[in-house]
Write a protein of this length. Structure first.
Length: 90
């Protein structure tokens, strides 16, 4: 997961999510399933992130075979880590 907190003065205050799911994850069906899971999980934890935060979630090949619970734990811990890191920078 990669993130950036924008400090620009634009009126765009919302969080943005990008997904990077390469062909190494699997065929189109597998990649789309991983993207759907990532979107659901990102919506669930997005309130932990500061406003103007851009996040790119990059799927590793193991994400296609991972359980939803495992992905949930990883996304939760990653979003919490981003929240801690951005709080330290303020």
């Amino acid at each position: 997961m990669h993130f950036l907190v924008r400090d620009d003065s634009s009126s765009l205050r919302e969080r943005r999510l990008g997904l990077a799911v390469s062909k190494s994850v699997g065929n189109a069906v597998a990649r789309n399933a991983v993207k759907r899971r990532f979107r659901v999980l990102a919506r669930q934890y997005e309130n932990e992130l500061p406003e103007r935060c851009d996040v790119v979630m990059r799927a590793k090949p193991s994400a296609a075979a991972a359980s939803f619970q495992s992905l949930d734990e990883q996304v939760r811990s990653s979003f919490s880590a981003i929240s801690r890191k951005t709080a330290d920078a303020r």
